[in-house]
Ligand binder design. Structure first.
Ligand SMILES: [Zn+2]
Length: 246
C-alpha cells in the first residue's frame, strides 16, 4: 500500500514540477502495470543474469526498435573500434551495476539463450534502445528508452501506475550501427561513449526508468559528467535487487 501512495505522490509532483522529478517510482520502469526485474518478483531480491552478443540476425517482430538485432561488426567497423574493445566496454558497464546492487552478470557465448542480448539494429534509428519482454505477455517496449533526446524533448508519457512486480524474460539492447561511437569522453556530445551508453541501456534492461533529463546515469540526456551509476541510480537498483553482496 505504501508503494501505491508513492505512485500517487509521483503523479502530483510530475504535474506541478517542471524540473526533473526524482520521486522514487519514476526511477523504476513500469510495463503493463508492473514494476519489472530479473529473478524473483520481489523487492530487494538479487538476481543472476546472463548476457551475450548477437552472432547472427535475431528477429523479435514485436519489438519496436530492436526488431532485428545483428552482430555488432557493422558498428565496430564504422566506428573503427575493435570487437574486443567494444565487448570490454560492455563488460565494464555490467560490472558497474554489479557493484551498485545484488546483481551478477555472466557472459554467455550462446547468444540465443542470453537474458540480455546486445546487437546492432537491423533498421538503424536513433542511438540505442532497450526492449523488455516480460515472463508472460507480449514484448513490452520500455517507454522512452531512446538515449540522448535533444534538450527539451522530455518524454511525454505520464508516470504509469504499477500494482505488482513481474519478472523480465528477456531484454534486447540495440545500438545504431550508423551512428558514431567512441570509447571515452572527449566533450563531443554528438558522439556517444559506448560504456556510458551500455550502462544507461543496461539500467533499463534491469528495470530502471528515466528520473529526468540529467543528474543521473538514467537521465535521458546524454552527457559526460558521470562515470557510473549515481547514488540515486544505485538506490533504484537496490530497491529491486538489494545491496551488492560481497
Ligand atoms: Zn534511456
Amino acid at each position: 500500500m505504501m508503494l501505491r501512495s508513492f505512485a500517487g505522490a509521483a503523479i502530483v509532483l510530475a504535474a506541478t514540477m517542471s524540473v526533473p522529478c526524482v520521486a522514487s517510482d519514476q526511477r523504476l520502469l513500469v510495463l503493463e502495470g508492473a514494476w519489472v526485474k530479473w529473478g524473483a518478483p520481489k523487492w530487494s531480491a538479487g538476481a543472476t543474469v546472463t548476457y551475450g552478443f548477437a552472432t547472427t540476425d535475431v528477429k523479435s517482430p514485436t519489438a519496436r526498435n530492436c526488431a532485428t538485432l545483428r552482430p555488432l561488426d557493422g558498428l565496430e567497423k564504422q566506428a573503427g573500434l575493435a570487437d574486443n574493445r567494444v565487448r570490454a566496454e560492455a563488460a565494464a558497464a555490467f560490472a558497474a551495476w554489479s557493484k551498485a546492487a545484488n546483481l551478477t552478470f555472466i557472459e554467455t557465448p550462446n547468444a540465443a539463450q542470453a537474458d540480455i542480448l546486445i546487437g546492432a539494429q537491423g533498421n538503424p534509428k536513433g542511438r540505442a534502445f532497450t526492449n523488455i519482454e516480460l515472463d508472460s505477455g507480449p514484448l513490452a517496449s520500455a517507454p522512452a528508452t531512446e538515449r540522448g533526446l535533444v534538450a527539451g524533448a522530455e518524454p511525454t508519457e505520464p508516470p504509469a501506475k504499477a500494482h505488482s512486480v513481474r519478472t523480465i524474460r528477456q531484454a534486447l539492447i540495440c545500438l545504431n550501427p550508423r551512428a558514431k561511437w567512441k570509447i571515452g569522453f572527449d566533450g563531443d556530445l554528438d558522439v556517444y561513449d559506448l560504456r556510458y551508453t551500455f550502462m544507461h541501456e543496461i539500467g533499463h534492461a534491469i528495470g530502471l526508468d528515466h528520473p529526468g533529463a540529467a543528474g543521473a546515469l538514467m537521465g535521458f540526456r546524454y552527457d559526460e559528467k558521470l562515470k557510473g551509476p549515481t547514488l540515486s541510480d544505485g538506490d533504484a537498483a537496490r530497491k529491486l535487487y538489494g545491496p551488492h553482496a560481497e
